[in-house]
Write a protein that binds this ligand. Structure first.
Ligand SMILES: Cc1ncc(COP(=O)(O)O)c(C=O)c1O
Length: 386
């Protein structure tokens, strides 16, 4: 069996390993999936059904997406993200994940270095490895609420550095990176001629006083940024596999060349559903945001009662948080999670999955029903003898 060195280099995902193990037990309290548990809103499903009935979905679309969707996305970026976007600067992708992969492929050559924070969304690291580039991990400052360490980013730049890749709000820490830090990062990128790939999957889920800020809204850096977005989180469209990216028109032409061999085009039925999402009422998005905020508050309250076991930074966004394990068994987060699952039927994600500084932490998701959070914490209180 011949397997490429770059694929061999990719470790087995700790997230998938925990999912596999969790399936061996019954009645598990799941805090390990970053997947919204509700259903796609009805008006979005109806948009897809209508497109099928109209016979619009059996062929390929143009590879960058159907023109109406690209135009609606550009309008949304102008309205909600202060990004001066045109329809020709939009590429519709298979979830944000394919857009991120295509953006990395189009931005780096083998051996180039890409700076990423740690902890970060582990798939970004894998995407860099798949492009035969080198991920260079720059620790976030946990003591400052997992803030970006811009000085450390600057020190990490070498002759080989080609790109920076971040997500804000951040998975797994839920940090909404500060506008001032993002502006400093932008200046650094301009100074060193680096591409910045930004994943804004959780853009709508921020909690007061935190505000989402899109790097692409800074005019001086507009040509150097690729921003990847998704319908997965905003409209609970996980299985529809639909997202998009924004970049300069010149970059879109190049990224499209990487997009075609991965996808040809995004699923056409999902493009029509996405159009219905953008054209319909946005009340559902605010409804999810409020629900995540109250689930975050509940999770923090329950964590406060376990203060001998975990310390935490209150997340400003997303539906994820990243408590530090305080017990002696916490130094190996994978072992800690396996034991917690086996002995108390609670599934959380080992922090090591998100980069070296993720060790001694776990990721917990609060995109679950209140009853699931309470069940998990009741069990942990019994398990840790609180
Ligand atoms: C930060 C981040 N980016 C991207 C994705 C993938 O999303 P999509 O379904 O749009 O491919 C996820 C999914 O969990 C995520 O957390």
């Amino acid at each position: 069996m011949t397997i490429s060195a770059r694929v061999k280099e990719i470790p087995v995902s700790a997230i998938h390993e925990m999912t596999r193990l969790s399936q061996q037990y019954e009645d598990v309290a799941f805090l390990s999936w970053a997947k919204p548990m509700s259903e796609t809103p009805k008006h979005i499903c109806e948009g897809a059904i209508h497109a099928i009935e109209q016979g619009l979905t059996s062929g390929y679309s143009p590879s960058p997406g159907i023109p109406e969707l690209r135009a609606a996305v550009a309008e949304k970026l102008r309205r909600d993200n202060a990004v001066d976007a045109l329809a020709t600067q939009i590429l519709v992708t298979v979830g944000s994940i394919e857009g991120l992969a295509a953006a990395v492929m189009a931005s780096v050559d083998p051996g180039d270095e890409v700076l990423l924070p740690t902890p970060t969304y582990s798939t970004h690291i894998t995407q860099v490895t798949l492009a035969s580039a080198v991920p260079v991990l720059v620790p976030l400052i946990e003591a400052q609420g997992y803030a970006l360490d811009i000085d450390a980013f600057e020190r990490a730049i070498t002759r080989r550095t080609k790109a920076i890749m971040i997500c804000t709000p951040n998975n797994p820490t839920g940090t909404v990176f500060r506008e001032s830090d993002l502006r400093r990062l932008a200046a650094l990128a301009v100074e060193h001629d680096l591409t910045v790939i930004v994943d804004e999957a959780y853009e709508y889920f921020t909690f007061d006083p935190h505000r989402h800020f899109s790097l692409a809204s800074i005019p001086e850096i507009a040509d150097s940024v690729v921003t990847c977005y998704t319908f997965t989180k905003t409209y609970v469209m996980t299985g529809w596999r639909i997202g998009y990216l924004h970049a300069s028109e010149e970059r879109i032409t190049e990224i499209n060349k990487a997009h075609i061999p991965f996808a040809i085009c995004a699923p056409v039925v999902s493009q029509h559903a996405a159009l219905a999402a953008l054209r319909g009422s946005q009340d559902c998005v605010e409804h999810y945001r409020r629900r995540y905020q109250s689930m975050r508050d509940l999770m923090c309250e329950r964590l406060d009662r376990l203060d001998a076991v975990f310390s935490y930074v209150t997340p400003g966004g997303s539906y994820l948080m990243f408590p530090r394990i305080l017990t002696d068994t916490g130094s190996d987060s994978m072992r800690f999670c396996k034991q917690l699952l086996a002995e108390s039927r609670v599934s959380v994600t080992p922090g090591i999955a998100f980069g070296p500084t993720g060790e001694e932490h776990v990721r917990m998701s609060f995109c679950v029903p209140e009853s699931m959070i309470n069940k998990a914490f009741d069990r942990m209180e019994r398990y840790f003898g609180v």
